[in-house]
Design a protein. Structure first.
Length: 688
């Protein structure tokens, strides 16, 4: 390569890598596979080595990572958060072993092998045994302080046990297990929200949520992988990790000391196969020199420690042919394309279908009919298409055209500006949407009407007995009793039938009757307003207290509610402007469903805390205790709020109250009371 050619290629590579770094670090929206990104970076590193005069002052090789997002307070790391050098080849790993042996002038080196968790790096600072700060990696020097959110992760101790040092920094990875990831994406799909691309993005997005209560529901987990303890209590890395067990950390069992490179390769080969059975994503194995004195001796380059390396697995991908595309309509009308594939074996199962996300995905990937596509499995239940093999494309094959009409009802599909999803606007008549809404209405987190499943709903819909959610309350014994249907299947033994016998019918009617007691916040979730999830429904219900108040609301008022953004607010307004929806609500009200919060005055034990706002902060004897205190505040007429500002009346503080909250409260002079003082307050002999 000539000097001029190298100059041009370096400029090109820097630009591309900057772009992908931005997508990855700033937008949490990776636009390239890890492997391909690493290949670009390696090419740039090699070129810069060959032509050092061409290194740009802002070359992506000169810095550790991306920028820091502004939302959270920024904190400098005491020890820089380095990243790891990585390799995909066993040959390069052997080079690492010989380099290390050379530098240390011995081949008697013990290595520690660990899994390379695919999540978000975090630094946890404990002072006097108390978790004081949790900071993301950021650019390696400065990260975002996300302590409040991190505190919700159950495997992270808030207070250390045993004989802990005065100061301790623990580093590790916050990950989202597959189960939590799939539940979260299912919920998001259900309310018409964009799904997360993979568990890493979901974990990272969760840590940046504004409200920690939301984070708590995300099912995040923590795996620790490094300890900084200035007291020099241990001689090596392995000991330090094991010691953490005594301090109350859950130390994972996937860690092994190896005395030779061949043992390391054994570990790698084992996990390359076994990772398919793990309940979370890993993208490789990390190999670390065990002895601390060796680690210090080896030191670090400006980016990576010389005593550790990541061996990355190539994601298992297979090539298969796209046969056709199905379009599925969700209950909120969102149309999702799903690829039907020539069946192929991948990571333990035969794959026949793959997600294609949305119209943009098909366009960006430039997928044509009957293309050969690469598929990979991540945390998702269905694998995804990750690339197209364009060399194998037939010359006359046409690009896949996203459908323009609903596959179910024929309505012209719509796409709102700024949204990735295409949806069917025929909300009241599209059969799939109707059935989806009926199913959502009876689901456990909504009205929890037991005794009905998808098949029964379909049958009742086909019989004309259920056209909208208010029809549940019109069903009679005579209409239901005797209804039955058999579903034929290619496998005779699997034929299924449903029938409404005496007991089934009675139980169903009873369950429907019982649902009339379901509280307003769940009814509001059950009626199925797009983008309104379980949590936002609760907040909206509590804010307005009744459907009447909600019906006369404005965008401004909706937007003043925690967690309600433009999309949710607009969707509620649109829903409540539809006459059909108003009719359904009127009917449901007529049948006796709860459309107002059980009025506080009916539930109130006293008015002692009327007009007072409380924040309950810190840890109490149990998580339930904290909930009980919050309930008591409401039962005595007070209000629970989340932020510390001048409108706050008291903070009820347990142990380990957040330092930021404490400082702010002291600054603006909010009284901080103990649980005992709070109890005295509500038990004082004031008038009821
Ligand atoms: S050690 C100074 N161990 O991989 C060494 N890192 O590419 C610090 N990671 O930023 C890292 N599992 O977020 C280490 N067992 C493990 C890991 C691990 C995942 C992540 C970590 C780091 C990145 C480096």
């Amino acid at each position: 390569m000539t000097f001029e050619e190298a100059k041009q290629r370096i400029a090109e590579l820097s630009k591309t890598i900057h772009y992908h770094n931005y997508q990855y670090y700033m937008l949490d929206n990776p636009s390239i596979e890890d492997y391909d990104f690493d290949m670009l970076l390696n090419e740039l590193i090699a070129l810069e080595k060959q032509f050092p005069d061409l290194i740009l002052p802002d070359s992506p090789t000169q810095r550790v990572g991306g920028n820091v997002t502004k939302q959270f307070q920024q904190v400098a790391h005491k020890h820089q958060m380095l990243s790891l050098g990585n390799t995909y080849s066993q040959g390069e790993l052997n080079e690492f072993f010989s380099r290390t042996a050379n530098l240390l002038q011995t081949s008697d080196i013990e290595y520690v092998c660990e899994l390379k968790y695919d999540g978000v790096a975090i630094s946890l600072i404990y002072i006097d045994g108390i978790l004081k700060q949790a900071v993301t990696r950021g650019n390696g020097m400065i990260g975002d302080e996300v302590t409040t959110n991190v505190k919700t992760i159950k495997t992270i101790p808030l207070r250390l046990h045993g004989n802990y040092p005065k100061e301790l920094e623990v580093r590790g990875e916050i990950i989202m297990p597959h189960e939590s990831f799939n539940t979260l994406n299912k919920e998001r799909e259900d309310i018409g929200e964009t799904k997360f691309a993979n568990p890493r993005n979901a974990a990272s997005g969760s840590l940046k949520l504004q409200h920690s209560a939301e984070v708590a529901k995300r099912g995040l987990e923590f795996f620790l992988y490094y300890v900084y303890d200035d007291s020099n209590a241990y001689q090596n890395h392995f000991q330090s990790i094991i010691k953490m067990k005594e301090y109350g950390f859950k130390v994972n069992p996937f860690i092994k000391t190896c005395t030779s490179p061949s043992e390391v390769f054994e570990f790698i080969n084992y996990w390359d196969k076994q990772r398919a059975n793990l309940p979370f994503d890993i993208d490789g194995v990390v190999i670390k020199v065990n002895r601390y004195d060796y680690q210090y001796q080896l030191g670090a380059t400006n980016k990576n420690p010389r005593w550790a390396i990541a061996y990355k697995f190539k994601a298992e991908r297979v090539l298969t042919q796209l046969l056709s595309v199905d379009y599925q309509v969700g209950r909120t009308g969102i149309v999702t394309p799903v690829a039907n594939l020539e069946p192929i074996f991948l990571a333990g199962t035969t794959v026949k279908r793959a997600t294609m996300n949305n119209a943009d995905f098909i366009k960006e990937m430039d997928i044509h009919q009957n293309d050969f596509v690469y598929i990979e499995k991540g945390g998702e239940i269905i694998p995804k298409i990750v690339a197209v093999e364009k060399k194998m494309r037939k010359t006359n094959s046409l690009p896949i055209q996203f459908i323009s009409t609903c596959p179910d009802c024929g309505a012209t599909l719509i796409r709102n500006e700024g949204e990735a999803g295409v949806f069917c606007p025929n909300v009241n008549l599209c059969p799939t949407q109707i059935k989806g809404k009926l199913l959502h209405f009876i689901s456990r987190k909504a009205m929890n009407i037991e005794g009905l499943g998808e098949e029964k709903i379909n049958l009742l819909y086909e019989k004309g007995l259920l056209q909208n959610i208010s029809d549940f309350y019109k069903l009679t014994y005579n209409q239901l009793f005797g209804l039955n249907k058999t579903f034929s299947s290619t496998d005779k033994d699997l034929d299924k039938s449903i029938s409404f016998k005496e007991k089934t019918t009675e139980n169903l009617l009873l369950a429907i009757e019982k649902s009339k007691n379901v509280e307003f916040e769940r009814v509001l979730f059950a009626i199925g307003i797009r983008f309104v999830g379980e949590v936002s429904a609760k907040k909206i219900a509590r804010h307005y207290g009744s459907i009447e108040a909600l019906m006369t609301t404005t965008m401004e008022e909706l937007l003043s509610i925690e967690d309600v953004g433009d999309k949710v607010a607009q969707s509620i307004i649109t829903y409540l402007q539809d006459k059909n929806n108003i009719d359904i609500i009127t009917q449901l009200k007529h049948f006796g469903l709860q459309f107002s919060c059980v009025s506080n005055s009916e539930k109130l034990l006293s008015n002692k805390l009327k007009g007072m706002n409380f924040v309950v902060s810190g840890t109490f004897s149990s998580p339930q205790r904290r909930k009980e205190i919050e309930e008591m505040i409401e039962l005595h007429g007070g209000k629970n709020v989340s932020s510390v500002n001048k409108k706050l009346s008291f903070i009820v503080a347990g142990n380990n109250m957040g330092p930021a909250k404490l400082e702010k409260a002291q600054q603006i002079g909010i009284p901080i009371i103990s649980e005992q003082e709070f109890l005295e307050m509500i038990n004082s002999p004031l008038e009821k």
